[in-house]
Design a protein around this ligand. Structure first.
Ligand code: NOJ
Length: 543
């Protein structure tokens, strides 16, 4: 009996491949050095051609851009930096014409401090209705000079900032990102309207930012083990008062109902960093999220035991609730896997980045492992996420100078954690010029490293390139229905193998080439050595 049986449901989000577009770094249409929606529209056919089913757009809303748009000042408009609502509609229509679904980012845990709700709250009285949109509290100490509790910001430093009238407001991220108070029914209503606004426009769903932070324990008590967990949590310890609160589930249920009142299999994926996965599965019960990112898989070091454990736990947990597992190796918050796998950089989601003073990755090893890991991942049943640029084998920009840094993590830790800019560098489309086809301006918002020129999309048509590997894998995945398939481990000396229907997915975690099992080779992440699969390579066989 397979560990995971082919699922009955045929909805697209159970098995689709979703490509994350990071708008500011995708393509620039108006020569200001910043990507935009018209840039996305102009390149959609490349994504169709790549073979993905859907795109997810990171935020493009009006924003002071203190956290690259995850600080939203208006949830129902487009920042002029990225275009207009009309440009959005054109993009959506073109995507739909091409058969691509479009998910957009919803950021409900916090707003920008420039959002009218917060702008109204700041001059309002303590205890007023305007302040009740957020978490405003009196401080501790004789004159309230100490923060109301010991919570820390995930970007470094305390999670509280004091206002001129002496109260403090909560921000689990930057001080420019005040946390909303989800106990307030007005906040709930406002977000239901926001969902409808975009669903009416035709979006296919939402990627929901930090949903596990939305609920806060009543009274906002101290984090019981902040000394060891910092802003986070430790698996096995009790849930800290700002993570995984049960009060959030009824919010997701109400959203699910709204999505289901629309036609066309609209879906939401929660960026729910919830562990263990058995708990995460509670978030994808049939009336809550359709999917959540599989951070357990993303955070696994690319080592045999850890990958095996992550996969086993994923199927056990998600199958219990009839939800698909998702698989993901990169996003705009992690060190790109082509660099991450070329060194020892800890958890992918630690958001620490690699700076000029850090040990530099072994790029050749990183890329070999990254290509193999992706081929292994795309052979797994469930939905998969790809982050823009990984199909080109792009490395992290590891030598960005301090003057180029924009991530609040860098500033809130005085440069101790360089942060995530290195994964957010503009894409190279055509080799040459100052931005390799990203923009016609002299400069992009972040400079590209030299290696991007030869990795440009126009340099990668031929067999063996990373772009070719991704395209071929997505084509075969579709033909062989791997996304909808089943999963069972298959034992083979020296190789890690799993079977998905009539496809055997093989990875070589050993130090030397190993004999492939019987079967016709469909695709390999590295040239075979006769009948042997090299170390750090994956391959698909028809059996
Ligand atoms: C998760 C997003 O992916 C990240 O980029 C952002 O900084 C935080 N949430 C805060 O919104």
């Amino acid at each position: 009996m397979p560990l995971h049986e082919a699922v009955a449901g045929s909805e697209w989000w159970r098995s689709g491949v979703i490509y994350q577009v990071y708008p500011r770094s995708f393509a620039d249409s108006n020569a200001d050095g910043m990507g935009d929606l018209n840039g996305v529209t102009s390149k959609l056919d490349h994504l169709k051609n790549l073979g993905v089913d859907a795109i997810w757009l990171s935020p493009f809303y009006p924003s002071p851009q203190k956290d690259a748009g995850y600080d939203v000042a208006n949830y129902t408009d487009v920042d002029p930096l990225f275009g207009s609502l009309a440009d959005f509609d054109v993009m959506l229509e073109k995507a739909h014409e091409l058969g691509l679904r479009v998910m957009i980012d919803l950021v409900p845990n916090h707003t920008s401090d420039q959002h009218p709700w917060f702008q109204e709250a700041i001059p309002a009285e303590p205890g007023s209705a305007a302040r009740a949109f957020y978490h405003f509290k009196d401080g501790r100490g004789e004159s309230g000079e100490l923060p109301p509790n010991n919570w820390l910001s995930l970007f470094g430093g305390p999670a509280w900032t004091r206002t001129d009238d002496g109260q403090w407001y909560l921000h689990l991220f930057d001080s420019s990102q005040p946390d909303l108070n989800w106990e307030n029914p007005k906040v709930r209503e406002a977000f239901e309207d926001i969902l409808r606004f975009w669903l009416d426009r035709g979006v296919d769903g939402f990627r929901v930012d930090q949903p596990h932070a939305m609920g806060k324990q009543a009274g906002l008590p101290d984090h019981p083990y902040v000394e060891t967990a910092g802003a986070g949590f430790i698996e096995g310890e009790p849930d800290p008062p700002m993570w995984f609160q049960d009060s959030v589930h009824e919010i997701f249920r109400s959203w699910r109902k709204i999505l289901e009142s629309y036609d066309g299999e609209r879906a939401m994926c929660g960026e729910a960093y919830v562990l263990p996965l058995t708990k995460m599965a509670q978030w994808v019960r049939p009336d809550e999220f359709h999917q959540t990112f599989n951070f357990r898989f993303l955070d696994s070091p690319w080592e045999k035991d850890s990958v095996v454990a992550a996969i086993n736990e994923s199927f056990h947990a998600f199958d219990q609730v009839g939800a698909p597992s998702t698989w993901v190796l990169n996003n705009h918050d992690t060190i790109r896997h082509a660099s991450r796998f070329g060194g020892d950089y800890g958890r992918a989601t630690a958001s620490d980045g690699i700076g000029p003073d850090s040990p530099q990755p072994d790029n050749a090893l990183g890329l070999a492992k990254a290509r193999a890991a992706t081929l292994f991942m795309l052979g797994l049943p469930g939905a998969s996420y790809i982050y823009q640029g990984e199909e080109l084998g792009l490395p992290e920009h590891t030598t960005l100078e301090a003057k180029n840094r924009q991530d609040p993590t860098f500033f809130r830790t005085n440069g101790e954690r360089v942060g995530r800019d290195g994964a957010r560098v503009p894409l190279p489309w055509e080799k040459g010029g100052s931005t390799n086809g990203f923009s016609t301006s002299e400069e992009a918002w972040l400079p590209q490293p030299e290696s991007f020129a030869s990795l440009s999309r126009d340099q990668q048509g031929q067999e063996g390139t990373t772009l070719w590997l991704y395209k071929r894998a997505l084509e075969l995945r579709k033909q062989r229905k791997l996304g909808e398939g089943s999963f069972e481990w298959s034992s083979q000396e020296g190789l890690l193998c799993h079977q998905n229907g009539s496809t055997l997915v093989v990875h070589n975690f050993e130090n030397s080439a190993a004999e492939l099992p019987a079967g016709a080779v469909l695709l390999s992440s590295a040239p075979l050595e006769g009948s042997k699969l090299p170390a750090n390579a994956s391959c698909w066989l028809a059996i």
